[in-house]
Ligand binder design. Structure first.
Ligand code: ZN
Length: 326
């Protein structure tokens, strides 16, 4: 089995239906409006967000969040992953009445537990929510830059890509960069290629979340390859949300062929009825990538990981070991 690594997964969106059922029992909440037969149910973007928020709302205490991270990373390790970066959102924790510090500590505890039982390495990327506005994203950056948690190694921005302009968020990203954090921003998913170009021009991130609609502009694809910007590509999410009509029209193979640095990711896995392992299986089956090519995607993810060099070298060694194992 090819070793896997993931850079783009929203931890609240990764809560497995089984864990959500346990949490719902704990809090006496009826899940029939968003869970059926062990799977999330939704039919449009509004009901998707409702299901997402209903599930996320079942994580309230520090122990709940520790369990969430532990459960996700343990499952990921079972599927052959050796590294995972999760997007964490202090805004979610605020709704539950937890301080950003307590929330990050709790998720960090879950990462430590998963590492102890499986060996998987995990890190956290604090994300601001774009449509909450520049001051909210700045507050998230201030927290990320100042929290001092050893597993918080990145800063990102998610949320509605069509809200505001990247220049509104430059200060937040500059603060994160100056604090030594890696940077990533969602662009080129629901918004077109221009959103990717604007993110590159103004925010100058090391990685782009999605970025797949860069394919609409060949010059931009060339620029991404030349500047070695890493794309966190989430094929099943893209097809489920109809960013592309089907896998046949998904641009992952073209981006790879153009020399772009591409990684495979699951985004909000159970909501899209996917997992990191499923993304690798889809890439093998639909995009015809063999084990060598899949290992190459893992290598790109490890090279682009927001992690110290000693751990990166260790993970690359593990990838090499696994790649030659039967
Ligand atoms: Zn995302």
């Amino acid at each position: 089995m090819v070793a896997k690594a993931e850079l783009h997964c929203h931890i609240e969106g990764a809560a497995s239906p089984d864990l959500v059922v346990v949490q719902a029992r704990k809090y006496g909440v009826d899940t029939s409006s968003f869970l059926r037969d062990g799977a999330y149910i939704w039919h449009d973007f509004t009901s998707f967000l409702a299901a997402y928020d209903a599930a996320a709302g079942l994580f309230r205490t520090e122990e709940d969040y520790a369990l969430l991270a532990e459960d996700y990373l343990t499952g990921l390790a079972r599927d052959g992953a050796i590294y995972s970066e999760i997007f964490i959102s202090p805004d979610h924790a605020g709704k539950a009445g937890l301080s950003p510090g307590a929330y990050a500590d709790a998720l960090g505890e879950g990462i430590v537990r998963a590492r102890a039982s499986t060996g998987i390495e995990g890190r956290m990327i604090v994300t601001g929510i774009r449509h909450f506005g520049a001051s909210s994203v700045m507050a998230a950056a201030r927290f990320a830059a100042g929290c001092g948690h050893r597993l918080v190694t990145g800063f990102g921005m998610a949320g509605e890509e069509r809200f505001g302009h990247p220049r509104d968020y430059v200060g937040a990203f500059d603060m994160a960069r100056e604090a030594g954090l890696g940077t990533t921003v969602h662009a080129g998913e629901l918004a077109g290629w221009e959103s990717v170009a604007a993110a590159l021009d103004h925010i100058r991130p090391a990685r782009i979340g999605h970025g797949v609609r860069a394919i609409e502009n060949p010059d931009l694809v060339r620029r991404l390859a030349d500047e070695r910007v890493v794309l966190e590509v989430c094929p099943v999410s893209n097809v489920t949300l109809k960013v592309f009509a089907d896998f046949a029209s998904h641009p992952l193979p073209q981006l790879l062929a153009a020399g772009c640095r591409v990684t495979l990711n699951s985004d909000d896995p159970p909501h899209f009825h996917t997992s990191l392992a499923h993304e690798y299986a889809v890439a093998a089956r639909v995009f015809d990538l063999d084990d060598n090519a899949l290992a190459g995607l893992t290598r790109t993810a490890l090279e682009a990981a927001f992690i110290d060099e000693a751990t990166r070298a260790m993970l690359l060694r593990r990838l090499g070991d696994k790649a030659v194992a039967p």
